[in-house]
Design a protein around this ligand. Structure first.
Ligand code: COA
Length: 324
């Protein structure tokens, strides 16, 4: 008993913010950004677009691909750290926009690892008999929480949403293994200090702004070590090796992190997916948008084994091995 993967979808804003655009906003250069991160451009939500709007685009895309209607869905989970509001949940706004009247809906927060934490939660709920068909969405608009004067962070992030449609099956599960991990003891190296209940907006915003704070070098080191650990743990759980995987999709935060992982996994360059050049780091949307691109371009075929790895604030890290 387990889950089957029916389809994927993506929802990206139209606006492209290039490195040349950023050169006009902060003291940076296309050369520095490309050399240090690999990023050439990223997408940015329009002023009237919030996280739920991108999530709805991704959800509709996945539903159309699977030839299903919103009424066929009985669970909607949105992994996001940039919800439209503190409440109601973004998932409830998605339910309303889709007209998914039969679905229970809630959000889940594990920052950039959110989609894979969501995959673990949704598949567990389905195996426990709590849902038959679910929409799992990873969606974030980190550009709304970016300090556009901080060149150390503003070049890194983009907005987007990706969706996965899952169905309960009595047969063997297409989710072969999941591994999750967290380390809250270093939560301060990557955070949005203000805007929550610790430092609410309107009280001391100057000292605790609602913008991304990151100690880049520290985060980099943890990212490589934890993503490697996560991949090895998930492979071990399902008795597979890197050679058994058709494609590995690591979180797309920085090309140098992805290259370091590819080197340590001792695998061919083209087995490790890269699209960070086009989108930057889209947080919880990253791995699912990458999977959607890989499936639509034919890089992942039905029956292929795929490894997904994520890392994010918390700290959190996660991996999954799935049979597409
Ligand atoms: N343009 C030009 N120069 C920049 C710059 C920019 N956008 N951002 C930083 N710099 C400068 C710094 O001020 C510093 O200058 P200094 O030597 O005069 O002090 C120099 O470049 C080196 O900065 P540093 O922060 O040490 O660079 P780095 O090689 O560590 O690269 C990151 C910075 C952010 C790209 C890198 O640390 C990183 O990717 N970290 C992980 C990020 C991540 O994965 N986050 C999300 C996890 S989910």
């Amino acid at each position: 008993m387990g889950v089957r993967f029916l389809s994927t979808g993506a929802g990206l804003p139209d606006k492209v913010l290039t490195n040349a655009d950023l050169e006009k906003m902060v003291d940076t250069s296309d050369q520095w950004i490309v050399e240090r991160t690999g990023i050439k451009e990223r997408r940015m939500a329009a002023p009237d677009q919030a996280t739920s709007d991108l999530a709805v685009l991704a959800a509709r895309h996945a539903l159309e691909t699977a030839h299903l209607t919103p009424a066929d869905i009985d669970l909607i989970v949105v992994a996001t750290c940039t919800p439209d509001h503190l409440f109601p949940s973004t998932a409830c706004l998605v339910q309303k926009a889709l007209g998914a009247v039969n679905a229970a809906a809630f959000d889940l927060s594990a920052a950039c690892s959110g989609f894979l934490f969501g995959l673990s939660a949704v598949s567990g709920m389905m195996e426990a008999g709590m849902a038959k068909r679910a929409l799992l969405i990873g969606a974030d608009t980190l550009t709304r929480f970016t300090d556009w004067k901080d060149r150390g962070t503003c070049v890194l992030f983009g907005d987007g949403a990706g969706a996965l449609l899952l169905e309960k099956t009595e047969g063997p599960s297409d989710l072969l293994a999941v591994h999750l991990g967290s380390d809250g003891s270093v939560s301060d190296i990557l955070s949005i200090p203000g805007g929550g209940s610790r430092h609410p907006l309107g009280s001391g915003v100057g000292e605790f702004p609602p913008f991304i704070h990151m100690e880049g070098k520290e985060v980099f080191k943890h990212a490589v070590v934890r993503m490697m650990e996560a991949m090895e743990a998930a492979l071990k759980k399902c008795g597979k090796t890197v050679e058994d995987l058709a494609l590995i999709i690591p979180h797309q935060a920085n090309l140098r992190i992805i290259d370091a992982i590819a080197k340590r996994l001792k695998t061919k360059e083209d087995k490790v997916f890269r699209n960070v050049q086009k989108y930057g780091n889209m947080s919880a949307a990253t791995t699912i948008i990458a999977l959607d691109e890989a499936v639509r371009s034919g890089r992942v075929q039905r029956g292929d084994s795929v490894g997904l790895i994520a890392f994010g604030a918390g700290l959190t890290w996660a991996s999954a091995i799935l049979k597409w």
